[in-house]
Design a protein around this ligand. Structure first.
Ligand code: ADP
Ligand code: MG
Ligand code: ZN
Length: 529
């Protein structure tokens, strides 16, 4: 973490951007780097003389001031209890903002996934529901629930939901600034609301703040002065065209009420000037699968207008289909964790989108697979969901939120226990020498979620050295395939309640999906409440 030239230079840059930090903290090194922030571990000396660790989140200077203020307000109002990260302090200089949080040392999800006992997995998800119940009570949609935003300290059994950088408010949210983000006419409103949070940032009594720092923080902390630069993290301000979160092309040109996952014969030609969608002639469903198979997707812009759709028998939604018109709706988050209503751009999204994401985490815990879904775009992500939840179920649920999903091939819903137990069996590889080797093996296994012609997942084993592409042609795993299972850790007796809860979390219909409050009362957790 510390020591390398690069790390030292990064720390110097942080000190240079927000010099007050140097007066309070000794910055040890960078511990997280996202698209919109860098997070550092720092130490401060308390009045008691004791040293305490903090996490310093330095937001990219181009973040919209309201967005930054809303993230901070989520932490100050909803944070600090029930597994929701709190905030200690905030520094600002010019357009640089640093949020100071208590530091929670945590595990990397994928590193511990295979060593978790069933009981531990259960406690993990239970504690996530606790955090979700709290933020949903405050009318916060987190929108980016995933393991890297839910910190877990295994030794201390401590948990913390972090990262409100994409959060939105329910219509009756208790977070004032999320209302501002919601508001269409945010212009003057933003200015006035911003002032209301100036000075409300809690100053921790226990942190020794040199007088000069205190003054400079007070003087500088007025978010309304921050340059309203690009809001890269969310594109909803003023209800304008959505900005791409993941750097994909933005195809949100027109609004349409339907999303065609596939181009079945019955597909109507959209009345748009979109040349690529004029000549649709494909016959069959595209079954999306792992994008890590080396197939490079063409972007819509490279697709010649004369081509017909080439999804058929391929493992990707083709560029022609991707070029179809899209509806503009909130769609933040990470594709593999996005709920069906987010993927289909349903405009009225509720806190249940976070419950879906929690369901995907639970699916990873139960199956030992991470990332479970790793599609690079929404249509492939929806196709991947369909392979698990079934095409009819998807179509039916989509109707509930006013979306039409077309699918020419029927995919049956999978039995969740069979699916998870099958995948987990493959993860229980015999311990092969070194940890590095085992890690290599795991990595290659994670890449192998393969859709066969019947629409079922087929698991195959290949040696880590083998080309992943080759594995596509391997024979499916037979019942006789032997895996030495070491320490079952309770995974040999997962109760039905676990799969019942998973089914309720992965309810395709957000209106009937289980809430965090209900999930905490689920019989699976009878020993925890
Ligand atoms: P981003 O918006 O860039 O994703 P996050 O708030 O999710 O930023 O933080 C990025 C990473 O930094 C997290 O995944 C976590 O590893 C680390 N991190 C964030 N907050 C804390 C904290 N309070 N304690 C310890 N680590 C943290
Ligand atoms: Mg994050
Ligand atoms: Zn196509």
């Amino acid at each position: 973490m510390v020591g390398s030239g690069d790390a030292a230079a990064e720390i110097e840059k942080l000190y240079a951007a927000v010099p007050q930090i140097r007066n309070v903290f000794y910055v040890m090194g960078k511990i997280g780097e996202g698209t919109f922030s860098s997070v550092y571990l720092a130490i401060a000396r308390l009045k008691s003389g004791e040293d305490m660790k903090f996490a310093l989140k330095h937001l990219i200077p181009t973040s919209h001031p309201t967005r930054i203020a809303a993230e901070l307000q989520c932490l100050t109002v909803a944070g600090g209890d029930d597994n929701v990260m709190g905030v200690k302090y905030c520094f600002r200089k010019n357009d640089h903002v640093v949020i100071v949080m208590p530091y929670l040392e945590h595990e990397c999800f994928v590193d511990i996934l295979h060593s978790l006992s069933f009981q531990e997995a259960k406690e993990y998800i239970f504690n996530l529901f606790k955090a979700l119940k709290r933020i949903h009570y405050y009318g916060i949609l987190h929108r980016d629930v995933k393991p890297s935003n839910f910190l877990y300290n295994r030794k201390l059994k401590q948990y913390a939901l972090v990262d409100f950088g994409l959060a939105q408010g329910t219509p009756d949210t208790k977070i004032e600034l999320l209302k501002v983000l919601h508001s269409k006419k945010q212009g003057s409103c933003v200015q006035s609301k911003l002032h209301t949070i100036s000075g409300t940032i809690p100053v921790p009594r226990e942190v020794v703040l040199p007088t000069s720092t205190k003054q400079s923080v007070k003087r500088h902390w007025s978010l309304s002065q921050i340059n309203p630069g690009n809001s890269a993290k969310e594109g909803l301000l003023g209800g304008s065209t959505q900005r791409s979160v993941f750097g994909e092309k933005n195809f949100n040109v027109h609004s349409t009420a339907s999303l065609e996952v596939t181009n079945a014969k019955s597909t109507k030609q959209p009345k748009t000037s979109d040349v690529a969608s004029r000549k649709l002639a494909a016959r069959k469903t595209v079954l999306a699968k792992n994008t890590s198979t080396g197939v490079v997707r063409k972007t819509a812009s490279t697709c010649p207008a004369s081509l017909t759709c080439d999804c058929y028998a391929r493992d990707q939604v083709c560029s022609i289909c991707l070029a179809r018109t899209r509806q503009v709706a909130p769609r933040a988050g990470t594709p593999g964790f996005r709920a069906p209503e987010v993927l289909t751009k349903c405009p009225n999204q509720t806190t249940s989108i976070d419950m879906w994401s929690a369901g995907i985490i639970f699916l990873s815990l139960l199956s030992g697979r991470y990332h479970f879904f790793n599609a690079g775009d929404d249509m492939n992500a929806l196709a991947q969901i369909m392979t698990i939840r079934g095409s009819q179920e998807t179509i039916k649920a989509a109707k509930q939120f006013d979306k039409t999903v077309l699918c020419s091939k029927e995919l049956p819903a999978k039995d969740l226990r069979t699916l998870c137990e099958g995948l987990r069996r493959v993860c229980m590889v015999p311990a092969l020498g070194s940890e590095a080797e085992l890690q290599k093996q795991r990595t290659s296994l994670q890449l192998k979620m393969i859709e066969n012609q019947d629409g079922w997942f087929v698991e195959q084993t290949i040696s880590p050295a083998e080309d992943i592409d080759k594995s596509l042609n391997c024979a499916p795993m037979t019942e006789g395939t032997v895996f030495k299972q070491y320490n079952m850790n309770g995974w040999d007796s997962v109760p039905d309640e676990a799969y019942h809860l998973l089914d309720r979390l992965l309810d395709m219909n957000p209106a009937t999906r289980i809430t965090a409050e209900e999930a905490l009362l689920h019989p699976l957790f009878s020993d925890l409440i």
